[in-house]
Design a protein around this ligand. Sequence first.
Ligand SMILES: [Zn+2]
Ligand SMILES: [Zn+2]
Length: 125
Amino acid sequence: MHKGSCLCKAVSFEVAGDIPAPDACHCSQCSKWSGHIFVSTDVPRSRVTIHGEDRIKWFQSSEKVRRGFCENCGSSMFWDLVHRDWLGVAMGAFDGPTHTKIHVHGNVASKGDYYEITDAIPQRR
Ligand SMILES: [Zn+2]
Ligand SMILES: [Zn+2]
């Protein structure tokens, strides 16, 4: 069981079981939404329990994707590919050790010019 919350704690969640290896998305939408790169883990919905769900605002960022954030503090928390039974959960929202490591950098072709990716983790354009 892994717990997490937004900055103001109005929204909290629990993920049952291990956290799957997260990916770091460098696309322009994730950059704008999160303030930098967005690192999230894809978890089956059945393993996620959300408290304070009424405090989540959902922004439809594209036809198939909606992004959930706390209406009070603005923390970016959930990336939801609709019609899919998985939920992307922001790694930065977890409390305590997550016992996992980023396994891939995604959309690196559209990354910002103000940083370099210097680790050995595989990259996808
Ligand atoms: Zn909050
Ligand atoms: Zn992205």
